[in-house]
Design a protein around this ligand. Sequence first.
Ligand code: ACO
Length: 708
Amino acid sequence: MNSENSKETILKMLRPETVAVIGAAREPSKIGHQVVKNLMIGGFSKEKIFPINPFADEILGLKCYPSIKDVPIDVDLAVIVVPAKIVPKVIRECGEKGVKAVAIISSGFKEVGNVELEREIVEIAKKSGFRILGPNIVGICDTVKSVNASFCQGLPLPGNIAFITQSGALAIALVGWTRLKKIGLSDLVSIGNKADIDENDLIEFFGEDENTKVITAYLEGIKDGRRFLEVARNVSMKKPIVILKAGKAERTMSAIKSHTGSLAGSDIAYEVAFKQTGVLRAPTFLELFDWAIALSKLHLPEGENTVILTNGGGAGVMATDAAEEYGVKLMDIPKDLAERLRKYMPPFGSVYNPIDLTGMANKDWYKGALKELLEDERVHSVIVLYCHTAVTKPKEIGDAILEAIVETGVKKPVVVSLIGGEECLDECERLTSKGIPCYESQEKAVAALGALYMYKRNIERIKKRTFIGLNVNYGGAKEIIETAIREGRYALTPSESAKVAEFYGIPVLKKPLAKSVEEATKIAEEIGYPVVLEVESPQVLHKTDIGAIFVGLNNKEEVADAYNKIINNVKKHAPEAVIKGVIVRKMAEAGREVIIGMHRDTIFGPLIMFGLGGIFVELFKDVSFRIAPLSLEDVDEMIKETKAYKMLKGFRGEPEGDIESVKETILRVAKLALDFPEITDIDVNPFFVYEKGKGGIAVDIKIMLRST
Ligand code: ACO
């Protein structure tokens, strides 16, 4: 099914004209009964609801049909509420009837190990040409067409925030909670086992849905990470996506073999995927909705200058701290604006940001000061804080804010926090309903504005992405990799890895192989002393332990001696090892040590790593990650995110390092990973960075392969 058809199907599913409930039970306590009742109470036309139950004539006053095939008109959505074992039979009938979409509430599939049963229903759907939501879901709540095809206790309030959830329980809970908080949703969709329709399909759908302004989701995992990268990035350019991704503590989920990879975990891949696609990651569902409200109601700020307006010094100070935490930049108030603001405060007020109107502040001062800020082009967003005093009523301050916004007609984002008791809460609710997001604490207000800035910066960053082509010798690398796979190996040997790196333009210490003393001395003479000799054998992993590596060899005699010793030591201590030869390599001139790596994440693909190298790598964990393909901006950012960047820029009088060679190596490692899906890990460690203009060199590179 192509993307257009898929969107059409999802439209029929979420906003159907006709709905059949298969398993519409007579007993009121059964879920199938509740779904029919919910559809009716929700406001869906009774003539368009078709209960299916072979043992009943009517349910809740509606005529019952023995099979969906008996329904006299076309059915858009069939909701399945029969036990799992009957599901294949009834969805086969859905196919014969030609329904457009099927939502399966029934549990008892993959989540309890019934993988085959789940596969069977997907197969039936594919053959029949419809799509499945679920199984194991609470159902669908759509406020656009008043469709409550679920067993939630009612529909959410209408609104323009779509919520996709992998937890059915959260869906149920959120109906009540969002109603309490007066948060309106366009849709609340439970996706359960995601046997067919997944978060990508729904994000894509809501991305084009004119009833949805912000897409939110609770996810425990993403089914198709590569598609997510594409879909989420495209949709983010149109509207914000805020995701609460659970499972942060499971950093150890994917056991990673290589040394560099040991610092990575799958949660990092999610973090990076969200960053690269412009998705905002909310830590809890409270923040998720706080942010979604601001994102759904406000215009994006045109610049970075934010002003805090307050009647309480403490609230202003706390907001200032929060501003730093949430990336909100407070502007220095220009002199002329400060002068104008003075009119709205006593002499002991403050015109520095936060602007403190003091506890004496009344409605007129708030209104006047806010108008000054809104009308000044240098100000791009305002945070209004109010602590309930005896001097004013929260309602008056709310009015002052609304009047200032209406009278100036300016579309700058304004977020508010009214701090106090019941009156503040009531007024907060009123302001929010009028399009001015209001929160119970200054931190929440700042965080919500921070989300707007985060989103704005994200989309600006994505728009700027530039990619460059790289010349590589794909064929050369392919031959080496294929040979290793044919031989059943999970890793390339050091000399093979070096060769592959060379083919991909990664500056690497060459590792020519000698098969005799004569060859070893000849190579040493050619490359110049001092040299290192080490055995090339897939079975010998710890060369130092068994005397299979000699460093600092200064002449022919030492090379010949080392060669013989290596062969003898390996034969003696690792008699089973296959000796492919002895590598003769240069002693690399020391440089500043960094590491560059790749681990293929099972969900998102090549996760590229950069960080500080050397003996402290494990201790400092000074690393950053991005998922390939990498833009030039991605590489630039990932280097700048680390402390290693400071070292490369020249620390304590050291000259600047060759950052360009690091960037190019990262890009080339990413390309190698993208070109060869059979590579699971790449570990360039250490990479010596020389002075600016002098490049750098991969002293060692390990390439691991997938078992076939
Ligand atoms: N076509 C239509 N209806 C049929 C058919 C058929 N071929 N065969 C039987 N039925 C009828 C039954 O006769 C019954 O109606 P009746 O009570 O009037 O006789 C009705 O369908 C339901 O069948 P039951 O066997 O009574 O099943 P029950 O209602 O007990 O359970 C259910 C069905 C709800 C699907 C259950 O199997 C299940 O999966 N429950 C879990 C649902 C769930 O929690 N989903 C995940 C939500 S997410 C979260 O965790 C919150």
